[in-house]
Design a protein around this ligand. Sequence first.
Ligand code: PMP
Ligand code: GLN
Length: 429
Amino acid sequence: MQPADTPDLTRASQQDAHQHPDPAAQTPPESRDEPWQHAARGANLLGGDGTLAVTIFEEMTTLALSTGAINLGQGFPDQDGPQVMKDAAQAAINDGANQYAPGKGLPVLRQAIAAHQERFYGLTPDPEEGVIVTTGATEAIAAALLAFTGPGDEVITFEPFYDSYGAMISLTGATHVTVPLLVPDFLPDLGALAAAFTDRTKIILVNNPHNPTGTVFPRHILAEVVRLAELHDVVILTDEVYEHLTFGVPHIPVATLPGALDRTLTISSAGKTFSFTGWKIGWLSGPPALVAAVRTVKQFTTYSSGTPFQGAVALGLGLPDEFFTRAANTLAAKKDILGAGLKAAGFDVFDSQGTYFITVDTAPLGIDDAVTLARRLPQLVGVAAVPIPVFCHPEGAERTRSLLRFAFCKKVDLLKEAAHRLATLKDKL
Ligand code: PMP
Ligand code: GLN
């Protein structure tokens, strides 16, 4: 490597605060960027001056910890999931399930994933060839993008988009094409969706229910995604990690729509449904030929992981329907508590139909820069949140510049205390 090409890591490692650069001030990728720099730029982690940040989730969690603020930034529950699953994982460790799992995952979990897809959606993926277990949904997303896309290809996502999509699409060398989700419903304009497809489009990556907006896509939007994917012969990659966490609206898996099955890879994870985000057990299912391609890459990103947790997740997927209904209802009540608090604090609150998250507009409080506000909020009122513009490209960042995301997957008392603190914001600005 020529010295001129050597990445300047000095500044990055010296920069302790790891502040997220302003997404509106991002520079376009440079052709001589190294792959890691492509990944960083794709997730808005590389500032125009070359400074390197950690993800917005890590930045805000670190800030919340250092200020003692209530962390409504990073989306993780503050209560564990089912005791039976914890017991099963502990028993598995004690019983010696401590060596590599098969590359595609323990048979018991692959069968449970297939049975879960059939019980809830009538889908029948083949547990042998149509299902793989991954290291969280994150690995499934990465392996699928690496499997199918490269320089010259285009990948479509809605915007705002989950940060790992931007990072991984850029890492593959593909171009990330975005379709805005528009306030107040955070649905796309169907003309803009159609216009995003070209003969270079390889994948449309859908996230439903959608992080960060809380949108659950209605059937006609998903049907249009499928129609366009068929027309342009594009793979649909669908991230449905919040599949069970919807509030009064049904979750419709893309794969269930007419014409979708043969071209759709569905991703999910135990993290959200069972409140075990640290276990990092995810999965991907779909047509065997597509799954085999992803599995080929996945073999070399981790091979396999989480052996003692895999059986416990199999058990969780087999829990009765009431478990899943109760998880959604409990979360819906929390959303209502925080939503009312945010409204009382003076924000415009958008309806959240699913996920762990609710989005507000800070403009009624005279704020037009949610990135700056998110950095000040822990000091000002003792609550951390995440700004929406960091999930966007520059134009989208401008469009969403006053929007902020709050996580409500926390204990009720904590949410009430956060609402109480946020009510003091207007006097402190
Ligand atoms: N996709 C979305 C939309 C998410 O919100 C998250 C994490 N919260 C993930 C993927 C990653 O899931 P996992 O922790 O299973 O890797
Ligand atoms: N998905 C979680 C969120 O959206 C965070 C996951 C992470 O920290 N990478 O908040």
